[in-house]
Each structure stands twice: as C-alpha cells, then as structure tokens.
Design a protein around this ligand. Structure first.
Ligand code: S3P
Length: 447
C-alpha cells in the first residue's frame, strides 16, 4: 500500500565474522506471478514458499479486488481460487500497489483485454516511474490509458472489449513489459507475438506453460520470439516458490566482504536469466561453491557456501545486465571492498527502478569515502580493498529496499558505521532481513 510507516533510521557497525545458515525468502518475481496466474486459472492453485513481503501482499489484495479468492493457510502457504482468463470482475475502488512496479505493470496487462475500467496508484516512488513502456503495447490490443504527465500513476485503464492479438518487439529489456504483453495476450483471440532482443527473466514463460498455455519460444535474428495462443483455459497448479537469488545476494555479499565469514545459503534459484551476480562475483574472485544442484518448483536451485574473499575489480559484461539488473547496488558495495576498478556499463535501466539506483549508489558511496564515476549508462567504482571503506555517513535510501540493504551490507565491513535514513522499504521484499543478518552475527541498530 502507499505510504510506509515512519522513516526508520538503521545503522550497521563493523561486524565480526558472519557464520551460519541464511534461509532467504521466496522469489519475488515468481510469487507475484503465482498469484496472478492462479487468479486467471479455473480452480484452486496452491502455493508454498510465497514471499510475504509488502509488494506481494499488495498483488494478493489486487487479485482479490479483481474477484479471485486468495487465502493464507500458514507461513508462505497460500491458495488462489481463480476466475479464469477473461473472468475478472471490475474493481470497486482504486488499486494501490505501494512500491511495486512488478505488481502494477503485470496486472495492468492482465486486465487490459477485459471490458472493464480500473484505476491504479502507488507510493511516492512508484508514482515517479514510467508506465508508458507498458501502456504503449497495451494500446495495440485496444486498451486505453489515462495517466498523469509522462505516463505516471495514478492511471486509469479501460480494457479492450474486442481485443486484437499483437506483435510487439520490446524497446527496453524488461521482463515486466514482456509479461504485461503476454498477460494481455491471454485474453486476446489468435496469437500474440513478443520479441525481445536481450533475454530477460523467463518466469512468465515457464509458468504459463506450467499453467497449460500454448507458448513457444524461438531464437531468431531479432532475439527471442515468444508466441502465445490466446484464450486458453489455464489449469490450476501447485507452485513451490524457490528462494530469491536477488535477496540471497545480500547475505552472500556481506559474507564475501566481512573478514572471516563462512555462511550457508540453501535452495537459491540459479535460473540462468537471474544468476548474473553469481557469475560476476566468481569472476571477481569470490569463494562461492554451488552445492547439490537440483530442480525445485521447475527452477534450477543450489545450496551456496560462501566465504570471505579478497576480490579484484572487473569489467562486468554489459550483455549480462538483464540477468543481474537488481543486483548492481550490492555489487557496487562489493566493488568498493575489492582491489581495482569495477566497471558497470549498459545499466541505464537502473535509473527507472524504485529509485535512480546509479545516482543513489554513487552519492552514498561518495559519502562513505569511495571514489566513483558515472554517466547516464555507467557506474565505475574504485575499489579501496577489503574492509577499507571509511564509512561514517548516513545514506539516503529514496524508498528503495535494495539501496537500503546495500548500504547496511556496506556498513558491516566499513571502518566507521554506516546509517541509512529509512529501513522501512526493506519490508517490500525481505521482511526478515534484520533478523536474518543479526542471526549471522551482524550488528544492526535502530535509532
Ligand atoms: C521484474 C523485472 C525487473 C526487475 C524487477 C522484477 C519482474 O524489472 O527489476 O525487480 O518480476 O518481472 P524490469 O522489467 O523493469 O527490468
């Protein structure tokens, strides 16, 4: 929901070795999709391991507003009684997605080809983010959108009463845009074709096939071409949500930079469209072993054993960006504790996340005594070596959970403590972050 509680200042102080087992929460992307696809299936979908972060809870509320029955049975255990493709009921009120770009963009797609009107809003962060990237392709189906200047929320969508199928090449690498188009294509007749030049996370494609949609992915000269046959009857599923590789990156990176650390992080998704951060860390010299690789809930997972490492800066291949797009903030913290420069190019998408993440990391790291360079599409961090970040600053988090967690990780290895101006956004994706990190031995204090 919009509006967090009061700002909660939090401080991380240089930590002794981190040790133990870190059970990170369920994957955020898959959790949203399990609720949405479940709501569009006919019958009862059962979910285990659902992330109970605020973003996903807001998606659950939205699915209720559209007529699905969504019930919590126990921690992470949920069921969704779906209404079928095209079966949504018009919501009675404005739908508030809080901080969640994924929730609002996917659900705009899901309702876009049903004859109804819905109005969407969000918190101060979400109301700044561009929605045109989703409403432009939805217009091709026949959907009308009326938003604020620059395609900003609050925004009203009038779903297409007689949708037509669409062929669309995404101009930005975005799984949210791709997924919105596929969700809209579900209730359009015929075949909707989506082409993406750079592969982004593929959870929608995998899950749509699991729910019984006819969906084919082909590699072409233009990139991945996804063909979806509209108006299927989706079959309810049992969804076991794997642990989130993006959330796991925080304890993993903390262990890598806090001297003497040795932690175990079980059951983390290693989906190839999500594992760029792990490839990058290993290239920098990280001591991570990927134990017991297996398949869980239709996703490849592994148990990670992570030890403190002396790392070296690298040039991160720009082509890897979509597979680690949410991990650049915490990578910048690792880079500050590595030796030499880490060059991150091809990352301008970071400027339209929950905050402008290039700017937020650059300003915060500078305040902590780290030299950085940036341009529109690039962040370069000059590493100071293991445990050599001065710290001693309060960093602004701009309602961005990943900026908040990144600077707390930084403070676990810096000479002087690092504070963040507001820890409350962490609850959007990782509500148990504080307990998990202090359980490993970190010192986090609230003002
Ligand atoms: C997401 C896609 C990514 C990512 C976000 C989750 C998803 O956003 O940053 O945290 O679940 O589809 P973009 O589609 O804007 O790249």
């Amino acid at each position: 929901m919009s509006g967090h509680g009061p700002a909660q200042v939090m401080t991380a102080t240089k930590s002794g070795p981190l040790a133990g087992r870190a059970e990170v929460p369920g994957d955020k992307s898959i959790s949203h999709r399990a609720l949405i696809f479940g709501a569009m299936a006919v019958g009862e979908t059962r979910i285990t391991g659902l992330l109970e972060g605020q973003d996903v809870l807001d998606t659950a509320s939205a699915m209720r507003a559209f007529g699905a029955e969504v019930t919590q049975h126990g921690p992470g255990a949920w069921s969704v009684h779906g209404v079928g493709v095209g079966g949504f009921r018009e919501p009675e009120n404005v739908i508030d997605f809080g901080n969640s770009g994924t929730g609002v963009r996917l659900i705009m797609g899901a309702m876009a080809t049903t004859a109804m009107t819905a109005t969407f809003t969000g918190d101060a962060s979400l109301r700044k983010r561009p929605m045109g990237r989703v409403t432009d392709p939805l217009a091709l189906f026949g959907t009308q959108a009326y938003g604020r200047r620059g395609g900003r929320l609050p925004m009203t969508l009038v779903g297409a009463a007689n949708p037509v199928p669409v062929r669309y090449a995404t101009p930005v690498p975005s799984a949210q845009v791709k997924s919105a188009v596929l969700l809209a294509g579900l209730n359009a007749p015929g075949q909707t074709v989506l082409i993406e030049r750079e592969a982004t996370r593929d959870h929608s494609e995998r899950m749509l096939v699991g729910f019984g949609a006819e969906l084919v992915v082909e590699q072409t000269d233009e990139g991945n071409m996804i063909t979806l046959t509209g108006q299927p009857e989706l079959r309810p599923q049992v969804v076991a949500v794997p642990r989130d590789p993006s959330s796991a990156a925080f304890p993993v990176c903390a262990a890598l930079i806090v001297e003497g650390s040795d932690i175990f992080v079980p059951g983390v998704s290693q989906n190839l469209t999500r594992n760029g951060i792990y490839l990058t860390l290993v290239e920098m010299g990280a001591d991570i072993t990927f134990e017991n690789p297996r398949e869980e809930g239709g996703e490849p997972v592994a148990d990670l054993r992570v030890k403190f490492s002396e790392m070296t800066g690298i040039e991160v291949p720009p082509a890897r960006a979509p597979s680690m797009i949410d991990e650049y903030p915490v990578l910048a913290v690792v880079a500050a504790n590595a030796t030499g420069r880490t060059v991150m190019r091809g990352i301008k998408e970071l400027r339209v996340k929950e905050s402008d993440r290039i700017d937020a990391m650059a300003r915060g790291l500078e305040a902590c005594g780290v030299t950085v360079e940036e341009d529109e599409d690039t962040l370069i961090v000059h590493g100071r070596g293991p445990g050599s970040v001065p710290g001693g600053a309060t960093c602004a988090t701009h309602l961005d959970h990943r900026i908040a967690m990144s600077f707390l990780v930084a403070g676990m290895a810096s000479a002087a403590p690092i504070s963040i101006d507001d820890a409350s956004p962490i609850a959007t994706s990782f509500p148990l972050f504080e307990g998990l990190m202090t359980g490993l031995g970190a010192t986090l204090t609230k003002a």
